[in-house]
Ligand binder design. Structure first.
Ligand code: PLP
Length: 360
C-alpha cells in the first residue's frame, strides 16, 4: 500500500508507526482480550493509558507543577467559550490579538460572555503578519490576553510571545509540540489534538492552577475547569481511544528525540518548501510576510485561477493530498505538521520546481 503525501490542515497526517501499533493492538490490548476502546474508563488498564498520556506530555513540554493538564472534548472551538466563561469575570476585560479567522472566532465567543478589547490586529492586511510585540495595547483591567500561536488558515506564526503583566492564553491547536516553548509563560494553553497530537476527539488544556480559584460558581458542571481538574479528566467518560492515540503519538515524539529534535526537523522541512517558493521569482506568491511565516502551514498563491487548478490537479495525480488553500486566502496551503516526513516536503518542492519551470 502506498501512503498519501498528506498535507491536510486537520485532521492531518499521523506517524505511520503509531498507526501500525494501533492496528496491532486494536483487537487485543495488552492481553485484555479487548480493544482499548472497549475498556472501562475506570479500569486499571485504561487508567495507565490515561496517566501515561498526561505524564508524557508533561515531560515532553516541560510543564511545571504549577500547571495542570486536562483532556476535554468539544474541540478548540469549545475553548473559545470556556476560556471567557471561566476566566473573564464581571468587571474585567478580555483582550484579544486578532491574527486570523480562529482568533476572530475566539473573540466572537468572548463577546457573548463579557467585555472585550482588541489589543492588536493584522486584519487590515488580510492577516499577512503577526503584530509586533510593542504594538500590543492592553485595556485597563485586562483579565487575560488571548493569542493564536499559529494561524492555520493564513500561515503565520508567532516567533516570540508577549511578556506583559497579564495572564497569557494561547490557542496552540496547530503548533503545539512543534517547537520548544516555555509553558510557564502561559496562564492557559489549549489545543485540539487533530494536528500534532493525535486524532480529533480530545482537546488538551494546560492551565495554571491558581486560575481555578477565580472561576465563578454558576457555570454548568461540564464547562467548569475545576470539574475536570479535580477528577483527573475522568468526571465523565473521556474520549478513551483518542487519548490512547495521543499517548502513542507522544511516545513517537520521544523516540524522535523529543520536541527539540522535532523542532529542528520542522525547520528543515519548512525551509525546503519555502525555498521552492522563494526560487520561483514570484510565480508562487507567499501569503505571509517573511518574518511571520509559519513552520506548520505554508500558504501561497499562483498567478491565476487556471494555473492553481492545474497545479492542484497534477498534485493530486502525484499523490499529494490536501493542498487547496482555504477560501479566505485562496491558492494553496501545505500543512506540514510533525508527522509529515521530510521526504514528503522534498517531493512537494520537487513538484513545485518542475511545475514552475513548465508554466512560468
Ligand atoms: N484554532 C485553530 C488555530 C485551528 O486551526 C482550529 C482548527 O483547525 C481550531 C481552533 C478549531 O478546532 P476544533 O475543530 O478542534 O474546534
Amino acid at each position: 500500500m502506498k501512503r498519501a503525501y498528506n498535507f491536510n490542515a486537520g485532521p492531518s497526517a499521523l506517524p505511520l508507526p503509531v498507526l501500525k501499533r494501533a492496528q496491532e493492538e486494536l483487537l487485543n490490548f495488552q492481553n485484555t482480550g479487548m480493544s482499548v476502546m472497549e475498556l472501562s474508563h475506570r479500569s486499571k488498564e485504561y487508567d495507565a493509558v490515561h496517566n501515561s498520556a498526561k505524564q508524557r506530555l508533561k515531560k515532553l513540554m516541560n510543564i511545571p507543577d504549577t500547571h495542570d493538564i486536562l483532556f476535554l472534548q468539544g474541540g478548540a472551538s469549545l475553548q473559545f467559550s470556556m476560556v471567557p466563561m471561566n476566566l473573564l469575570g464581571k468587571d474585567k476585560v478580555a483582550n484579544y490579538v486578532l491574527t486570523g479567522s480562529w482568533s476572530e472566532k475566539a473573540l466572537k465567543e468572548a463577546k457573548k460572555i463579557g467585555k472585550t478589547h482588541i489589543a492588536a490586529s493584522s486584519k487590515e492586511a488580510n492577516y499577512t503578519y503577526i503584530p509586533r510585540l510593542e504594538d500590543i495595547q492592553l485595556s485597563e483591567n485586562a483579565a487575560y490576553l488571548h493569542i493564536t500561536s499559529n494561524n492555520t488558515i493564513f500561515g503565520t506564526q508567532w516567533r516570540e510571545f508577549p511578556d506583559l503583566p497579564v495572564d497569557l492564553v494561547a490557542d496552540m491547536s496547530s503548533d503545539i509540540l512543534s517547537r520548544e516553548i516555555n509553558v510557564g509563560q502561559f496562564a492557559l494553553i489549549y489545543a485540539g489534538a487533530q494536528k500534532n497530537l493525535g486524532p480529533s476527539g480530545v482537546t488538551v488544556v494546560i492551565i495554571r492552577n491558581d486560575l481555578l480559584e477565580r472561576i465563578p460558581d454558576n457555570l454548568p458542571t461540564m464547562l467548569d475547569y475545576r470539574t475536570h481538574s479535580s477528577s483527573n479528566s475522568l468526571y465523565n467518560t473521556p474520549p478513551t481511544f483518542a487519548i490512547y492515540m495521543l499517548s502513542l503519538v507522544l511516545e513517537w515524539v520521544e523516540e524522535q528525540g523529543g520536541v527539540k529534535a522535532i523542532e529542528a526537523r520542522n525547520k528543515e522541512k519548512a525551509a525546503v518548501v519555502y525555498e521552492a517558493i522563494d526560487a520561483s521569482n514570484g510565480f508562487y506568491a507567499p501569503h505571509a510576510e517573511k518574518d511571520s511565516r509559519s513552520l506548520m502551514n505554508v500558504t501561497f498563491t499562483l498567478p491565476n485561477e487556471e494555473l492553481t487548478k492545474q497545479f492542484l490537479a497534477e498534485a493530486k495525480e502525484k499523490g499529494f493530498v490536501g493542498l487547496a488553500g482555504h477560501r479566505s486566502v485562496g491558492g494553496c496551503r501545505a500543512s506540514i505538521y510533525n508527522a509529515v516526513p521530510l521526504e514528503a516536503c522534498e517531493a512537494l518542492a520537487g513538484f513545485m520546481n518542475d511545475f514552475y519551470r513548465r508554466f512560468s
